[in-house]
Design a protein around this ligand. Sequence first.
Ligand SMILES: [Zn+2]
Ligand SMILES: [Zn+2]
Length: 281
Amino acid sequence: MDEDKRLRVPVDYHIHERHSADTAPGSTVEAYVRRAEALGLEEICFTTHLIVSGPDVATGIDPDEIPEYFREIEEAQTSTSVRLRVGVEVDYFPGEEHRIERILDEYPFDFILGALHIVEGCDLGYRYGAERFFADRPMHKAVKTYFKWFRRAVESGLFDVMAHPDYFRRYLPSIGLRIPDFREYASEALEALEAMREHHIGFEINSSGYRHGIGDCYPTLEFVKAARRMGIENITIGSDSHSVEHLGGWLNHALETLTKAGYRRLSTYRGRRRRNIDIGI
Ligand SMILES: [Zn+2]
Ligand SMILES: [Zn+2]
């Protein structure tokens, strides 16, 4: 790997291993750890899916397997100097807050990443779900609806950080729709950011948009700039890897977005307590 390609980010806080059923074969904790060592990552956080409702329940970890998930990561920690953290990416479902809370309270997670993938029954993480969602409503209404539920997820107070805040953009180009400019949904985005500030919940800058072919992070630079102006300080960074080869993928681009917006620090979590680290540019 030449100097230009060297990963300039010491952490990756969004990783799916084999307990997420949508991962590639061989996505074991052990394989990720070896890859993290090769990349020079200092700390990684596993965030397997936890989905308590809807048609994708089986994509997430079976709550009965959570102790095994912890054990695998603890076992891997004995053979590496990369700091390993145990997290989970939790789908938000209105009305399921207590069930989610009970599961999260039962285990000593380091980090809880909240996610809004399914909006009013449409899974925006799949092309057909996005097609259905955007076919049923004009773009401005779709974005308004998305952020309404995103805000509700924030207000639940269940999560440390919200994953990929403008995830609704994922399939727009591939279903033939234009990605709206930030200005077109700025008021909804600002309300979401206001809720995050009020509830002390951060957001994630997620580099997988490059892998998904939208040529950008989630969220987009303008969103990050607005967060900066609002004084939001807790931001994690993640590749959203679903296979070992994607670990750390495009994180330099995500870092660049953060620094362009004026951020100089990133957040990490242990036992759900936040620590900020210097980006070191
Ligand atoms: Zn996600
Ligand atoms: Zn994910």
